[in-house]
Every structure is written in structure tokens, then in C-alpha cells.
Design a protein around this ligand. Structure first.
Ligand code: TMP
Length: 391
């Protein structure tokens, strides 16, 4: 049974950055539910993939050093541990992972044309299509099977999970390995990072819910890695149950126990989280109101996550003058649903700024390193994770 625990109000599509501020930009009520049976956490209103993953999608995996190096390290691990003959990436974005492999050994699936073009241009086989059973049949005819399938921050964006795993099952070889990675529900709840919820994140996975999802397809998790990316993610290593080539690591049970100890299997945990989220909103607004009287505040990292915060807390350009970002697709546009402009990042942009709200708090380490001079000169940051504060 699906039980509601959080209402984040009316939210626009999180990655819909418009060229002008449109007061009437379409918004949808974002409510979050917990399924007491399979332990899945999901959002209420689901947009069609075509609406969200357009031909000018503004998110690029290669925009941060952190993500680039995470993909590079993973490629090395994949080659060393599994040495796949043929790898399939579902949601290959701008090629941050596949470009670390030989062109003959990888196939990318990327529904957003602007991104698919980038890897196609570099000579990588890329299907500019959505992941579904029809596509898996096409791949099966052409390649037979893949011995490694990888997908990061993609499967949680697809509404029909049954179809997702059925399609994977269709093209995964008998001894094949599936690696998926997505933000961790446990980390989200612990860090009060309610901005992990937006229209594209239809689900927020936990080891508990992934285990349940895989059951039907006789797949099982044999290893788990905690990652720092996206504010805390989990990488799940998955195999067919009949494949005895890999032992099940004790890390799997450790993660499940951790989640159970934290109460991720109980509705009450989510209700308590909801209360903390409401407090977080109150405190963030209190801080901004106080500071705004005599200082200049801007936002850093025009993330989809920031869209959730701005629209839930009703923060507009009365509080935040503008956002800075490095992504070409976002520059000179407006934060979704808000009259706050995004300007191109340059080294001098923080001069004369008193406070910087960290929209990309998940890249805190990388950003603080980059902005050493600003900090040295007395510049301050504002974050809402794990609770609103100035630092
Ligand atoms: P994400 O949190 O959804 O991965 O998005 C990160 C956003 O932050 C992306 O738009 C790029 C931006 N960004 C900067 O503008 N400067 C930076 O130094 C970093 C790390 C990210």
C-alpha cells in the first residue's frame, strides 16, 4: 500500500530552464509516498519521459571533476574485475563513462538528442532512444547479449520498473553483471536532503527496495558500494541467482541491516522525516530573511535539486539575486518556476558577494576547493544539508 508522507507543494519540471520568467510555468503537486509492501519510495504525479528528457536536456555528467573521476575510476574497476566483452550503458548522457572504453566494446542508450549527439560524434554506438522492451528486443537481435550492463541515475527516472528489469533481463548474458547506481534513500533521510525529490526522480532506491524489485527476475545483489556522488549514492552489483561465479559480499547484508536499524521499512520514519523537512524550510527562510537585510546572496549550482528548494520554500529574487552555473544549457535562463536568473560562472563572479547558497551542495568539497580565495576574503556559504546553516 502506498502511503503519503511528504507534500513539497507545486513544482515545475525540475530541468525546465526557460529563457524568460514565466509566472504561469506549468507546475505539478509533488507528493512523496512510501510503499509499505515493497518498501519503495516514489513520487505521486509522473510526467511522461518525453516531457522530461528532451532534445535539449541541460544535465551533463561531465560538468564536474568529481563525476568525471568517479566514472573513470569505475571504468578501471570494471575492466579489472569483469573485463567485459560488450558493455551496455543505459543513460549514457554525454559519455562520461563510455568514453573510457574502446569504441568497439560499448553501446550507449541516451534518449536526449543533444547528449546522444556528443557520443555519436566521437564514434561511439549510441541509440537515441528510451529504455524499454522494444529497444531491448532490437539490441538482442543485433548484439545477442551484453556481459555488463551499467546504469547510473537513470533507472529511478523511469516509471515502469517492471519493464525496466524485464528489458535488462532480455539482454543480460547468463553470466552477465548488472551495475546500477542511484542516490541512496538512507543518505537522503539522514541528511534531510528532501531536494532529492523532484519530478525526474520517480523513485529513491534503498538496498531493501532494490532487493525486492530484483526478486521477480531471479536477480540478486552480490555487492554494494557507498559512494559520495549525488549527496550519497549506492552502487549495486547484481547477478543472476544461478550464476555462482561471485559470492555474496557481507557488505550487502550490512547495508540492509543499516537500513532496517534506521527504520527504512517503517512508515513512521518517513513521517518524522517530513516534520524535519518542514522545520528545515522554516529555518532556511529565517536565515535568508535575516541576511537579506544588508547583504548580497547568490546561488551556486543551478541544480534540479535547487528547483525543489526554491519552489517548496518560496524563495525568489527577493532573497537570491542570481545563480551561477557552468552548464552551457542553463546559462542566461531562469531557475524553473522562479524569477532568478542563471549567469555564467567566472572566477570574479563571487567578488562583492556576501553569501553563497550552495545549490550543488553535493559538490561541496570540489566547490570549496575552487573558491578558496572567496572564503579567505571572508565569503560565506549557506546550505540546508543536513540542516540550514551558514559556514
Ligand atoms: P547536479 O547536482 O544535479 O549534479 O548538478 C550540478 C550542477 O552544478 C550542474 O549544473 C553544474 C553545476 N556546477 C557548477 O556550476 N560549478 C561547479 O564547480 C560544480 C561542481 C557544479
Amino acid at each position: 500500500m502506498n502511503k503519503k508522507f511528504l507534500d513539497l507543494g507545486f513544482q515545475p519540471l525540475a530541468n525546465e530552464y526557460l529563457n524568460y520568467y514565466n509566472k504561469k510555468q506549468k507546475k505539478y503537486n509533488l507528493k512523496i509516498f512510501f510503499n509499505t509492501k515493497n518498501k519503495l519510495v516514489s513520487i505521486s504525479e509522473r510526467m511522461s519521459s518525453k516531457k522530461m528528457f528532451t532534445n535539449n536536456y541541460p544535465y551533463r555528467s561531465s560538468m564536474s571533476k568529481t563525476m568525471k573521476s568517479s566514472f573513470k575510476n569505475l571504468s578501471k574497476t570494471i575492466i579489472k574485475k569483469f573485463n567485459p566483452y560488450l558493455l551496455l550503458e543505459i543513460g549514457s548522457n554525454d559519455g562520461a563513462l563510455i568514453t573510457n572504453f574502446s569504441k568497439k566494446k560499448v553501446v550507449g542508450i541516451e534518449p536526449c538528442l543533444n547528449l546522444a549527439k556528443i557520443t555519436k560524434k566521437k564514434g561511439y554506438t549510441t541509440y537515441n532512444e528510451y529504455w524499454d522492451f522494444n529497444l531491448s528486443k532490437k539490441l538482442r537481435n543485433k548484439f545477442k547479449a551484453f556481459d555488463l550492463i551499467y546504469s547510473a541515475n537513470t533507472l529511478t527516472h523511469i516509471s515502469n520498473l517492471e519493464d525496466v528489469f524485464k528489458s535488462i533481463d532480455n539482454v543480460l548474458s547468463e553470466k552477465g553483471i548488472l551495475i546500477i547506481e542511484d542516490p541512496s534513500l538512507l543518505e537522503c533521510i539522514k541528511k534531510n536532503s528532501y531536494d532529492q525529490f523532484y519530478n525526474e526522480h520517480i523513485y529513491l532506491f534503498s538496498a531493501l527496495s532494490v532487493r525486492n524489485l530484483l526478486e521477480k527476475f531471479s536477480l540478486e545483489i552480490f555487492d554494494i558500494k557507498n559512494l559520495e556522488t549525488h549527496g550519497g549514492s549506492l552502487r549495486y552489483y547484481i547477478k543472476r541467482k544461478e550464476n555462482k561465479n561471485f559470492k555474496i559480499s557481507s557488505r550487502v547484508n550490512m547495508q540492509i541491516q543499516k537500513e532496517l536499524r534506521y527504520g527504512l521499512n517503517k512508515y513512521l520514519t518517513y513521517k518524522k522525516f517530513s516534520k524535519r523537512v518542514q522545520n528545515s524550510k522554516r529555518l532556511l527562510l529565517k536565515i535568508l530573511k535575516k541576511l537579506k537585510k544588508n547583504s548580497k546572496i547568490i546561488g551556486y549550482g543551478a541544480t534540479a535539486k535547487a528547483t525543489t528548494i526554491l519552489n517548496y520554500c518560496r524563495i525568489d529574487n527577493n532573497y537570491i539575486d542570481f545563480f551561477v552555473d557552468t552548464t552551457p544549457e542553463k546559462i542566461n535562463k531562469f531557475m524553473p518556476g522562479k524569477n532568478i536568473k542563471i549567469i555564467k560562472y567566472n572566477k570574479k563572479v563571487l567578488n562583492k558577494i556576501d553569501y553563497v547558497f550552495l545549490g550543488a551542495w553535493n559538490f561541496k568539497r570540489e566547490i570549496l576547493k575552487k573558491e578558496r580565495k572567496y572564503i579567505k576574503n571572508g565569503g560565506k556559504f549557506i546550505t540546508h544539508v543536513p540542516f540550514p546553516k551558514i559556514f
